[in-house]
Design a binder for this molecule. Structure first.
Ligand SMILES: Nc1ncnc2c1ncn2[C@@H]1O[C@H](COP(=O)(O)OP(=O)(O)OP(=O)(O)O)[C@@H](O)[C@H]1O
Ligand SMILES: [Mg+2]
Length: 493
């Protein structure tokens, strides 16, 4: 009996699961992470809290495991930046992708280096990336810049540093930093020049899908792990999610509905937007790239509705959602622009804010929630439309993530995209992606394709409702029109 411990540092939840050689879950545990929004535009996390949550979930997941752990593999939210001093202490918290404070430098990046930077790193000029955050910190934390010894580009990098004492990262995580060349698969010298940092300040790049061979496994005790497992850095949550929902090639679109949401295809070469910079291109691993776009405003918006606007407990809110008839008509009279924390794709507008248009005395709580689900769907569809212009076309959607529990949302997304949507049986897909990699590496499968075919299952399918196609197309046009008409209101307080 095999035990694979797969752990994922998400934006809201740190999760760990123990799986067997068939990819079946034996034990699972998760803990919630705080995001601090304590200044206008800031969204930071405490790296040491992340570390402690990570240790806790691993310990709890392996507590009742029979026998030894055979493999450990990690996944992480992307784009978070933190800086370490000579003593290895963070001198800033983890500045997450939700943090918009560096927006003021993005215009200059676009003007001076935009297209070149995009073609080399796969990352358009945007506030989410560590490169922008470094330039902003250089302006605002000038007095502390000299203290910086290492620049870490994800939440996972700090956890690894605390566990192994090594400053290392994997290729897929690095490719979300705008400091990594997606064609040459190395740190990008031009980006480093722009950031004004040296190569050796960044983590050493390692293949996260191969066992680390030079680690002192003493750290396993901290995680409560017995045995001599192989240890793999794994990848970004994006890369592993795509594997965990079985999206390897043409015709399939991966959909993550987490704190953020994303759509991605997988291709055997890097592809960038020929007509703009409306989607990203990151490295997955195994000589594959993921091309797509993500929105900051997904589960985060539902959490805001639940906690701040309606002030409801989880059960109350989700029970209410569960009771809404998933086949009710679209709400064409209400348009929810969900850009509560700026938006990255496809509009790249750090100053964007939310708006609900069409409120009347008849508007109900249900209407507002449904229009929010639709608005997030339109944002994702807008990214997909840009991908279509570049001949990236899908025939089916494969979904997972915490928000994929909401069947109404899956039905709405299937209708907006006019595509069949399959929900993965195991919704924490990044964990399962890690298991797929581990099993392949352990020799259980001869190819990645084989591993995915045997491990990934789908439990629900939604077919688009033809009758609603016209109504959704109309709402999508209205959605874009309303955003276009408000996008220059950024000087409002
Ligand atoms: N019981 C529930 N029913 C429906 N949706 C839920 C439920 N619990 C959480 N969610 C939604 O799932 C979201 C979190 O999903 P998930 O755990 O996949 O995120 P994450 O991995 O932390 O974030 P990300 O993948 O963006 O880094 C929440 O924001 C919430 O909207
Ligand atoms: Mg996630």
């Amino acid at each position: 009996m095999v035990n694979i411990l797969s752990a994922d540092i998400g934006t809201t939840n740190v999760k760990a699961g123990v799986f067997d050689e068939h990819g079946r879950l034996k034990y699972f545990t998760s803990e919630r992470l705080r995001i601090l929004f304590d200044q206008p535009g800031s969204a930071v996390q405490d790296p040491d809290e992340i570390f402690h949550r990570f240790v806790n979930v691993c310990k709890k997941a392996v507590e009742f495991v029979e026998g030894d752990v055979d493999a450990l593999i990690l996944s992480s939210q992307m784009h978070g930046l933190t800086l370490l001093n000579r003593e290895g202490k963070p001198i800033v918290p983890l500045i997450t992708y939700l943090d918009t404070r560096c927006s003021s430098v993005v215009g200059d990046i676009e003007h001076d280096y935009g297209r070149d930077l995009y073609e080399n790193t796969g990352c358009p000029p945007l506030f989410i990336y560590p490169l922008s955050k470094i330039l902003w910190l250089k302006k605002t934390f000038l007095h502390r810049v000299k203290e910086v010894k290492y620049v870490l580009v994800s939440a996972k990098d700090y956890v690894i540093y605390r566990l192994l004492g090594k400053v290392i990262t994997d290729y897929s995580t690095a490719s979300g930093s705008q400091l990594f060349n997606v064609k040459r698969l190395d740190w990008d010298s031009r980006s480093l020049d722009i950031a004004g940092i040296q190569y050796d300040m960044l983590p050493r790049l390692v293949d996260g899908f191969k066992p680390l061979d030079d680690v002192d496994k003493g750290f396993l005790k901290i995680l409560g792990i017995s045995g001599e497992p192989i240890v793999m850095l794994g990848g970004s949550d994006a890369a592993l999610h795509s594997l965990g929902v079985g999206v390897l090639g043409d015709g399939s679109l991966a959909l993550n509905l987490g704190t953020s949401a994303a759509i991605r295809v997988t291709r055997c070469k890097p592809i960038v937007d020929r007509y703009g910079m409306r989607f990203f291109c990151y490295y997955l691993g195994y000589k594959k790239w993921i091309i797509g776009g993500a929105t900051n405003n997904a589960g985060s918006v539902l959490d805001w509705l639940k906690e701040r606007l309606f002030r409801e407990r989880d059960e109350e809110f989700y029970d209410f959602l569960e009771k809404i008839d998933i086949d009710t008509k679209p709400c064409p009279s209400l348009i929810f622009i969900p850009f509560l924390s700026g938006e990255r794709f496809p509009v790249r507008d750090s100053y964007a804010r939310g708006l609900v248009y069409g409120l009347s005395f008849n508007t109900s709580r249900e209407d507002i929630i449904r229009s929010a689900l639709e608005g997030i769907g339109f944002t994702l569809y807008w990214i997909y439309a840009a991908m279509n212009e570049n001949n990236i076309i899908a025939k089916s959607i494969f979904a997972a993530g915490g928000g994929s529990r909401i069947k109404l949302w899956l039905r709405i997304l299937s209708n907006i995209f006019n595509l069949p949507l399959y929900r993965a049986s195991f919704i924490d897909a990044s964990l399962l992606g890690g298991v797929i990699v581990a099993l392949k590496e352990m020799g259980y499968f001869s190819s990645l394709e084989d591993a995915v075919k045997n491990i990934v299952n789908y439990g629900l399918v939604f077919h688009p409702k033809v009758d609603y196609k016209y109504a959704y197309e109309k709402s999508f046009r209205l959605f874009k029109g309303i955003y276009d008409s408000i996008k220059n209101t950024k000087n409002l307080p």
